[in-house]
Write a protein that binds this ligand. Structure first.
Ligand SMILES: *Cc1c(COP(=O)(O)O)cnc(C)c1O
Length: 397
């Protein structure tokens, strides 16, 4: 199985140390620091008796290799002690779809936050609806008011903390309290903060998934997803991973493992640069509002402070009202901020977005054009100079 159940989260060392030391077996690697990339499908058994008994450390490529195990050990050690297992998926979206297919069956109902990653909604509205699972979207700021949306057949609640375009902060402990009283599981898309800054399994989340494509990979060169689950949820996640044949490619697994080794320094820099840039932008006359939960002025700040130990480099801004062509001219003038989807790599990005295209439970009316920024690892003064140029073009348009 492409999943790990080995204990390790009780390690008393700090997270930065565990990210460096976990999943390493120097002796097995003949002295080398890193494991090789195991490309493998077939595993040979020495005797017929071993074959009959499936007696072998690894059984089949889809179910795991020494490379996937090393990565799972690191992921496991980063998670909260509640984590009972970590599954690997070929993309973040595959981690979400695998999770949702595991928690709901025909005739069930699920609750999904209105600010969820759009392809998550597409999966609910497309495949889950086709298989007889009903989805109700809810205001991410609903808190314990979510109780009113529960039906006798509600099996799960999915939250994203914070939403990756609009950055509202859900009150996870309040939502989890209601969900658990109703016998439903709580799923958290933890891609933004990663378990390093947001220990969601300790806050009542049963299944925490990440698009490893983002900060785990960290270099914009892999597609990858993770599913961490507590003891309640892990058996159904592990079974579903096996039934669906979900596994990640060996090279992406290796690059994810390599990414984990430097996650703490990369995230710390994204956090620092992102927050300083957010403060700088908040003082700009062109900017109406900055949507960043680590800013004291943000409506989600109190929850962020309570539930997170850091922030990543992704946030949004609302610009003063101007025609879209002014925004586009600004984007076209930027030299360091690339335009592209995804985020979490070393490079800075800027994209326009419009949540009103898909929201159903809440109204999105920010009062001006919106841009999502990813602050990369470039020098901050260079990035500010780039945006300065962009604002000059925005103002002139
Ligand atoms: C990118 C992203 C995903 C999906 O990840 P992929 O690896 O692109 O499939 C899921 N959730 C969030 C919040 C994301 O930003």
């Amino acid at each position: 199985m492409n999943s790990s159940q080995r204990p390790g989260a009780q390690n008393p060392q700090q997270a930065e140390t565990r990210l460096v030391t976990a999943g390493r077996d120097t002796k097995a690697q003949k002295g080398f620091v890193n494991p090789p990339v195991f490309h493998g499908s077939t595993v040979l058994y020495p005797t017929a008796e071993d074959l009959h008994a499936h007696r072998s450390e690894f059984q089949y490529g889809r179910h795991g290799t020494p490379t996937t195990r090393a990565l799972q050990d690191v992921l496991m050690t980063l998670e909260s002690p509640q984590c009972a297992g970590v599954g690997l998926a070929p993309s973040g979206l595959a981690a979400i779809s695998t999770t949702l297919l595991a928690v709901a069956k025909a005739g069930d109902h699920i609750l999904v936050c209105d600010n969820a990653y759009r392809p998550t909604r597409n999966f609910c509205n497309g495949m889950l609806a086709r298989y007889g699972v009903e989805t109700t979207y809810f205001d991410p700021l609903i808190g314990s008011g979510i109780e009113a949306l529960f039906k006798p057949n509600t099996r799960a609640v999915l939250v994203e903390a914070p939403g990756s375009q609009s950055f509202e902060m859900p009150d996870i402990p309040a939502i989890a309290g209601v969900a658990h009283a109703r016998g439903a599981l709580v799923i958290d898309d933890n891609t933004w903060a990663t378990p390093l800054y947001h220990r969601s399994l300790e806050l009542g989340v049963d299944i925490s998934m990440q698009a490893g494509t983002k900060y785990i990979g960290g270099h914009s060169d892999i597609m990858f997803g993770t599913i961490s689950a507590n003891a309640t949820a892990w058996p159904i996640i592990a079974e579903n991973i096996r039934l669906l044949g979900v596994c990640a490619g060996p090279d992406d697994v290796y690059l994810a493992l390599r990414g984990m080794r430097t996650l703490s320094v990369r995230l710390a820099q994204h956090y620092r640069s992102g927050l300083e840039m957010a403060r700088w932008l908040a003082r700009r006359p062109e900017v109406l509002r900055v949507l960043h939960p680590a800013l004291e002025s943000d409506p989600g700040h109190a929850i962020w402070k309570r539930d997170f130990t850091g922030a990543s480099g992704l946030f949004s801004i609302v610009l003063q009202p101007k025609p879209q062509k002014a925004v586009d001219a600004m984007l076209d003038s930027l030299k360091l901020f690339g335009m592209g989807f995804s985020w979490g790599g070393f490079e800075s990005l800027a994209i326009p977005f419009d949540c009103s295209e898909y929201r159903t439970a809440t109204k999105w009316a920010p009062g001006g054009p919106t841009l999502r920024l990813h602050i990369g690892l470039e020098n901050l003064d260079d990035l500010k100079a780039d945006l300065d140029r962009g604002f000059a073009v925005f103002n002139a348009a």
